[in-house]
Design a protein around this ligand. Structure first.
Ligand SMILES: [Zn+2]
Ligand SMILES: [Zn+2]
Length: 494
């Protein structure tokens, strides 16, 4: 057997001996090339490689020639502590990290030292030579270079619908077992409900653990119509916050009133995470321990999003969005202080059997994001930009978009327009007719228009902004006056 180790990055010797930190977390990319012959029939061969310090994920892709001659090469992985897994001939690629691994492999820390691909050769004919090529990508961050669900298309720019808050048996989610017992609910039940609700993206946000990353790895290939966002609900004594986009370790153990909250949020951002405060309007104390947001000295300029509608809260208010415990009041108070943060929503579902469309069922509420595409990075980028609305109506195809035209320029939700009193506001809406649009400036309704069509349409209106207005947004109420769609602001710079 001949083995060549080539490096894709930089020059061969340099890249093989020194870590090369690329922007996407790639430390090293190795090509292990060689060939086997009839002499290797029914033998095992190790292809060794060195993993540098600081590695957190390995991904391997493998191919070989000679199948027409019935050559078969099986594949496994050996780490410094022994066998990490064996996929035989059933997978051409796999990934391994401490948080998750492709089925066939253990989730295991990617320790520095000698690793090897383990090739098994059940068959190669005498006189035949088959070439193989393995690519080993070594990443310095477990979140880098991968996605949990892969669609063939990354999707066009447009509106994508999802649920950003839920729990399974990896934390306190439960459901009825086959025999009718209450059991920690398996993840697939939640994904089935999310798929049935027609969602495009989904966040399983377990309390202070990333153990569900393995389930995302196991199930993501099957649920490939659903973009699975890495997420956790960082759950402290002084409030809960979802961190999306990373499974990096985060120390949730705040004490002394939450005095380390700044460091925690900074650590989440350093890992590439998006931070959203959950159900911040709930009480704290013995009624609901740690539920409301009370962490002292929180720097709200560092907070990316606020959960303005929480499905768990809706279960206690009989589905009423407007309630003293709603996150909308908390969010608008922060906007009035000059902070800019995107309003989102999440069902906080703990039981996928809650009847679809009822408060706290999966997709109740739904967050609808205008994104560049449907992959996780695009969805999270869309939330950061703020062209987002929250739907508590249960409609599967609602739309609420706001544009502000001034001086020949158009600004959309999340953008900052220069303050000019006279503007044109355009509200594009798809909701049940009989309701009305509200224009809200700094928390106060300043204009209203009725909705007399069910289908998608745009209402344009000349409008004079209040002299102190720093943000303007739109709501939609249904025919009974209930708040059903919550839009994000366009900000005004004075
Ligand atoms: Zn919570
Ligand atoms: Zn929760």
């Amino acid at each position: 057997m001949m083995i060549h180790i080539l490096c894709r990055t930089l020059f061969m010797i340099l890249a093989c001996s020194l870590p090369v930190r690329a922007v996407d977390g790639l430390l090293q990319s190795l090509d292990l090339k060689g060939s086997i012959t009839g002499e290797d029939h029914q033998s095992y061969v190790e292809l060794p490689f060195e993993v540098p310090a600081g590695a957190e994920r390995l991904t391997v892709s493998f191919s070989y020639s000679g199948r027409e001659d019935r050559t078969t090469i099986d594949l496994g992985l050996v780490g410094p502590d022994g066998l990490v897994g064996w996929s035989g001939g059933n997978k051409a690629s796999f990934t391994v990290a401490a948080t998750d691994a492709t089925p066939s492999y253990f989730a295991a820390p990617v320790k520095a030292g000698r690793w090897a691909l383990l090739l098994g050769v059940p068959n190669i004919r005498g006189g035949v030579s088959s070439a193989y090529e393995a690519r080993v990508d070594i990443y310095g961050a477990a979140d880098a270079g991968l996605a949990f669900s892969v669609r063939d298309d990354s999707g066009a720019a447009g509106w994508y619908r999802g649920d950003l808050h839920s729990h399974s048996g990896h934390s306190d989610g439960s459901c009825a077992s086959k025999a009718g017992k209450r059991v920690p609910c398996p993840v697939f039940r939640t994904f089935e409900a999310a798929t049935a609700a027609g969602l495009d993206f989904f966040a399983l946000s377990e309390h202070n653990t990333a153990s569900h990353a393995r389930a995302l790895r196991d199930l993501g290939g099957y649920y490939d119509t659903l973009t699975l966002l890495p997420a956790r609900e960082i759950t402290t004594f002084y409030g809960h916050m979802n961190v999306f986009g990373t499974f990096a370790p985060l120390d949730f153990k705040l004490t002394n009133g939450g005095e380390r909250i700044k460091a925690l949020i900074d650590a989440a951002h350093k890992a590439g995470g998006l931070v959203s405060l959950n159900h911040p309007g709930l009480p704290s104390g013995e009624d609901c321990m740690g539920c409301g947001w009370v962490a002292k000295d929180t720097d709200f300029s560092k907070v990316d999003a606020i959960e303005v509608i929480n499905g768990g809260t809706l279960r206690h208010t009989g589905g009423m969005v407007e309630h003293p415990r709603s996150g909308i009041l908390f969010w608008e108070a922060r906007l009035n202080e000059g902070h800019r943060m995107t309003a989102i929503g999440g069902s906080d579902n703990h039981d996928p059997d809650i009847a679809p469309g009822s408060p706290g069922a999966i997709a109740m509420p739904t967050t609808v994001v205008h994104a560049k595409g449907r992959d996780a990075a695009a969805i999270l980028g869309g939330i950061r930009k703020g062209r987002v609305f929250v739907d508590a109506s249960g409609m599967a195809d609602s739309i609420l978009d706001l544009a502000l035209q001034v001086g020949g320029h158009t600004f959309v939700m999340g953008e900052v327009a220069p303050f000019t009193p006279s503007v044109t506001l355009s509200v594009t809406v798809k909701s049940a007719s009989g309701g009305r649009i509200q224009i809200i400036e700094n928390g106060t309704e300043t204009k209203s228009a009725s909705i007399d069509k069910n289908d998608l349409h745009t209402l344009s209106m000349d409008h004079v902004l209040g002299p102190d207005t720093t943000w303007v947004r739109a709501n939609v109420r249904d025919a009974e006056g209930r708040l059903v769609l919550v839009g994000n602001p366009i900000y005004l710079a004075h």
